[in-house]
Design a protein around this ligand. Sequence first.
Ligand code: FAD
Ligand code: NAD
Length: 464
Amino acid sequence: MKKLQTTLLVIGGGPAGYVCGIRAAQLGVPTILVEGERLGGTCLNIGCIPSKALIHAAEEFERAKHFANHSPLGIKASAPTIDVAQTVKWKDGIVQRLTGGVGTLLKKHGAQVIEGWATVIDGKTVEVKTGQDVVRIECQHLVIATGSVPSELSFMPFGGDVISSTQALSPRELPKRLVVVGAGYIGLELGMAYRKLGCEVAVVEATQRVLPAYDEELTRPVLAALKKQGVVLHLGCSVQGMAETGKRLRVRSSQADEFSLPADQVLVAVGRKPRTEGFGLEKLQLDMAGRAIKVDDQCRASMRDVWAIGDVSGEPMLAHRGMAQGEMVAEIVAGKRRRFAPASIPAVCFTDPEVVVSGLSPTQAQEAGVEVITGTFPFLANGRAMTLESTDGFVRVVARKDNHLIVGWQAVGRSVSELGAAFSQSLEMGATLEDIGHTIHAHPTLGEAVQESALRALGHALHI
Ligand code: FAD
Ligand code: NAD
């Protein structure tokens, strides 16, 4: 058995783990990162990046179809077709470029990558099976960054026509009829993409709303778009399993009526759970927060010098949160004073229209006992939105009533994901409504709606 010693050992090469590895190595901390599958983790291989690639391809295809039907812009095109195998190949090319880049960055900064599945022996020892060999690694600091896995419905496990997002991101051919279970992030991002690619899509959601994690006003334009696109929604419904005859999904409504939906494939997207099983973690007897490893505001687990970052440390399970945690833990191990106390962790849903939130919604502010004023500016009154044929949606700002300190932003509309940077910067820097209202925003841009929403909260918007 080969033996290695290091200061920092990271299990998992997803965005949390690889950022931790890169930053630690930059700071001169001897670092080993163990990855069982592929560097880049869920995010680069089967999550954020491939899903956004597929969404982009679906949008382009739909645009081409739109031009073939009728275009007020005067563009004429003939009916397009799509070669899905080529789309998947293009997507895989992007994934390969990015995952290869992660390997290069880790190497460049001096972190050692070991390919293989890690098994935890104790809080300072891990064994990795690499081919025929076993490597035993001893470390001072152990970082668990093992991510998460899709939740399964016990009565309808993944396999055959019941697929998770992983299979949905690499279709060999498109199903004629797709039923999506769960109207959350994955269900709606991929459900909309499949619809644009030409599939009949039905969505079964347990609650009475789509994207129930967001406030209702924000999701209204998404609901309208789903209906316009012809996605059939079954809200307040629960799935019962595949019918014995196959190719049909049994569903029960909130009134207990049972019906079935035709389904060549069923995409189950009912959430993800932290990956804490199957690699000896239970030996450490760490305190847990539900299914996640419980951590403090430095991402320390309940055992000394054991850390947990990213999805394995719980919600929100977002790549940028994991990266920020990874960077922080690396800096603490290198001797810097850091704490994980972001003013906000932005979240984006890449539906059409997109949704972006940062900080508190009006309801959340109210629940926190903060008296707020809000300002909403619709894209209907924004010149750039008109030139993009995308006037659905709005930007909303939430600020304290007493001193106008901004505590939250929300937006829905085309390309609003890009406004997330301005939102989070303003929160992190403690901006007031006056700061944003008096900042010159370039014209014509969607960003002018950010300035105008602040002015509107102050009672003197200029363009509405
Ligand atoms: P992961 O990325 O899951 O990486 C964990 C790594 O650890 C994996 O590579 C795994 O192989 C490895 N590993 C696990 N156990 C072991 C072991 N014992 N030994 C060795 N290696 C091990 N988030 C966003 O912010 N924006 C998005 O747009 C977005 N889109 C998404 C779309 C989809 C379809 C999905 C599924 C997720 C999406 N997410 C998105 C969520 C995002 O992918 C995760 O939050 C992020 O990948 C978590 O990073 P992580 O490093 O904690 O874990
Ligand atoms: P989700 O939590 O976003 O949505 C799950 C949905 O399924 C919810 O609306 C829930 O009410 C519903 N549901 C739960 N059980 C059900 C059942 N039995 N029948 C019908 N509906 C049911 O989960 P997801 O879409 O699987 O995504 C998992 C996680 O991945 C997200 O929470 C997020 O952290 C991450 N993600 C992020 C992005 C992004 O940032 N753009 C994109 C995709 C995934």
